[in-house]
Design a protein around this ligand. Structure first.
Ligand code: ARG
Length: 250
């Protein structure tokens, strides 16, 4: 009997110690938050000179992990695999991911943390300037992104889908596509590198709607969602969030 009680006590203590220092239950209850990203989307995520995923989103999720008292491990994968991997390979995804009704069927989203819009990258000598001009065009996109979905709605247009947005931009430079549709900030980063050849046109000219980035989380994991949203709110309040915007996005 004594032995049984001692064993029970030990078990209770182990559980207590494991939960210590961490405000996160749910999927991060084991003390580690495994985060999926697609590090092909500067300035939000890219692979740095040391070969590690880096960028605004990575810094943000690490700061969130610090607030939650959990270790953050980042897994770099294809963008179109992220949503389906939540709950198995990864706990959450941060990838400049736009909140969409379709994705909400599979995952929950944190409070939004950044506003975005699709931009159109064209060659400097291109005649594309309005929504009408995109009709019937061959348009480069990253597979499974909102830019990709947008092309479906453009009359007669074909989406040339790439796993990496940078490859779409290279094919624009080589005249294999006539435009690239991608989120504003990556569009600005990609065109800056080839400022003599490319120009990024604001999406509002084309009637593209505002999008919101949020962290994708397992459906129904309220404990995790509350912990992430609480951490995010704290980072906004204490100035960390604005500092990260200044450091990474400018
Ligand atoms: N905002 C767009 C979307 O949600 C593109 C995101 C691409 N992100 C990336 N890390 N490659 O579909």
């Amino acid at each position: 009997m004594k032995k049984a009680i001692a064993l029970l006590l030990m078990a209770v203590m182990t559980v207590a110690v494991m939960g210590c220092g961490s405000s996160a239950g749910g999927a991060a209850g084991d003390g580690t938050l495994t985060v999926g990203t697609n590090a092909e989307f500067p300035p939000f995520e890219y692979v740095n000179d040391a070969g590690e995923p880096d960028g605004f989103d990575i810094a943000l999720i690490k700061a969130i992990g610090d607030k939650m008292g959990v270790k953050v491990e980042v897994e770099n994968m294809d963008f179109d695999a992220l949503v389906a991997s939540i709950g198995s390979k990864i706990d959450v995804a941060i990838a400049g991911m736009t909140v969409t009704e379709e994705r909400k069927q599979t995952v929950d989203f944190s409070d939004p943390y950044y506003e975005a819009v699709q931009y159109v990258i064209v060659k400097k000598d291109s005649t594309i300037a309005t929504a009408d001009d995109l009709k019937g065009k061959n348009i480069g996109v990253q597979l499974g992104t909102t830019g990709d979905f947008l092309v479906e709605d453009i009359e007669g247009a074909t989406a040339a889908q790439y796993q990496k947005a940078v490859d779409a931009v290279n094919d624009l430079l080589n005249d294999r596509v006539e435009a690239v549709i991608i989120d504003k900030n990556p569009a600005l980063v990609f065109t800056e590198k080839y400022a003599d050849q490319l120009v990024a046109l604001p999406g509002d000219t084309f009637g593209f709607e505002q999008e919101n980035y949020a962290i994708a989380m397992p459906k129904g994991d309220k404990e995790l969602a509350d912990a992430i949203n609480k951490a995010l709110a704290e980072l906004k309040k204490d100035g960390t969030f604005d500092k990260l915007v200044a450091d990474y996005i400018g």
